[in-house]
Design a protein around this ligand. Structure first.
Ligand code: ADP
Ligand code: UDP
Length: 237
């Protein structure tokens, strides 16, 4: 599969056209951003880790009945995926309080919820990804009621599966962000990535942060944390 012209460059990935109009190639960068794009940096080796980790997890989710965009890993950093039109909603699931949840509601980080929560943000950089609910998403025609219901069902199922995969490797899945897209025939599939950039992952015993919070909060050791998750998940780097 050949890379043709670049159709998009985002903060963490580039997207290229291919000779097949239904397929694109995503190429993962080492660039990291945080604080609404204000903080910029590099996490060396992140692109390769996020690519391989996303593909590993999406393959397992697909086998467990979640339709995904994953098609074929081309190299360390590049993967062929189904081209989708992204539903402009960031879908966030939380199992434990952290990040913006803890800040918004004035609670400490680390509170285990009785049941997972779901929230949506409008994926719109100019508006700084504002929080919205289903009614707002419908009013803005970001998706249909049926699509939102399906996305919620998939998101909670992904949570159950990912939580179990992470538990096997001694990690608590605190929270994560998913994106869904629509293929040419209108099928809703899980898209984008699942990585330490988009999940909060805490070591179950030490509670060490093994995710992008190390970069966001200038804690140091981001490279090592990403490598550690990769090593536990895939038995290597
Ligand atoms: P951002 O746009 O937030 O800076 P990235 O750097 O990760 O994010 O860029 C990747 C872009 O590709 C995102 O906008 C994401 O929504 C989009 N994308 C992810 N999967 C697909 C796909 N299968 N088809 C088309 N676009 C996709
Ligand atoms: N997240 C993400 N992209 C975003 C916003 C959030 O991948 O644009 C992920 C983030 O890594 C965390 C979860 O979604 O795992 C919840 O993030 P939160 O709302 O707490 O926001 P943050 O603290 O990152 O501002």
């Amino acid at each position: 599969m050949q890379k043709l012209e670049q159709i998009y460059e985002g903060k963490a990935k580039k997207v290229f056209a291919t000779e097949d109009p239904n397929l694109v190639i995503v190429s993962y960068k080492d660039d990291a951003t945080a604080l609404d794009g204000l903080k910029k940096g590099t996490i060396i080796g992140k692109g390769a880790i996020n690519n391989r980790m996303t593909n590993n997890l999406m393959s397992r989710l697909e086998k467990a009945g979640i339709p995904t965009h994953f098609v074929e890993e081309l190299s360390d950093r590049e993967t062929v995926v189904k081209k989708v039109s992204i539903v402009p909603l960031e879908v966030i699931i939380r199992n434990i309080s952290a990040g913006s949840f803890a800040k918004r509601y004035g609670v400490e980080e680390g509170i285990l919820f009785d049941a997972p929560t779901i929230e949506f943000s409008y994926k719109n950089d100019d508006l700084h990804d504002p929080l919205l609910n289903e009614y707002h998403a419908l009013a803005l025609k970001l998706a249909t009621k049926e699509e939102i219901d399906l996305i919620k069902t998939y998101a909670f199922k992904v949570n159950d599966l990912l939580k179990a995969y992470m538990k096997e490797i001694g990690i608590d899945l605190v929270d994560f962000k998913l994106e869904f897209g629509k293929t040419a025939d209108g099928t809703i599939v899980l898209a984008d990535e699942i990585s330490p950039d988009t999940c909060r992952l805490w070591d179950e015993k030490t509670h060490d942060k093994l995710d992008k919070d190390r970069f966001r909060r200038d804690m140091g050791g981001a490279e090592e944390a990403y490598e550690e998750v990769m090593r536990r998940l895939m038995g290597d780097k």
